[in-house]
Design a binder for this molecule. Structure first.
Ligand SMILES: [Cu+2]
Length: 124
């Protein structure tokens, strides 16, 4: 049975920290390390709208790379696929569940609050 983890999202609760990927923050944890096959669910823990949206890059771009299409839930539900996104999460809302089928490092962020809210899923 695959395990599941919840990643909290809040711009007020989870501050910035440095990482080997640069500054990350706004998620708990911000560096999400899971075994492949683990499912991930994002949970909005404050009263602002947020998304959790994949960034198809090996490093965080300076400008916001997340397109407005990320405001709708993506067709894909796997973080290894380009364009994965929770869609808009309102306060207290859980996203759909994402799978982690492929080993790798997957950058993600919030459409509204990039670069303040961004992190990395590391699938092992
Ligand atoms: Cu946000």
């Amino acid at each position: 049975m695959a395990t599941s983890v919840v990643v909290g999202e809040s711009i007020t609760k989870y501050g910035q920290m440095s990482s080997s990927f640069g500054m990350v923050g706004g998620f708990n944890p911000t560096i999400v390390i899971v075994a492949h096959g683990t499912t991930i669910q994002f949970h909005n823990e404050d009263s602002f709208n947020h998304t959790a949206s994949g960034i198809p890059s090996g490093a965080f771009p300076g400008g916001n790379p997340i397109p407005s299409t990320a405001l709708s839930p993506s067709q894909t539900s796997d973080v290894s696929q380009v364009g994965w996104s929770s869609g808009v999460l309102t306060g207290g809302a859980f996203s759909k569940t994402f799978s982690t089928s492929a080993v790798g490092q997957y950058l993600f962020g919030c459409f509204y609050h990039y670069p303040t809210m961004r992190g990395v899923v590391i699938v092992q």
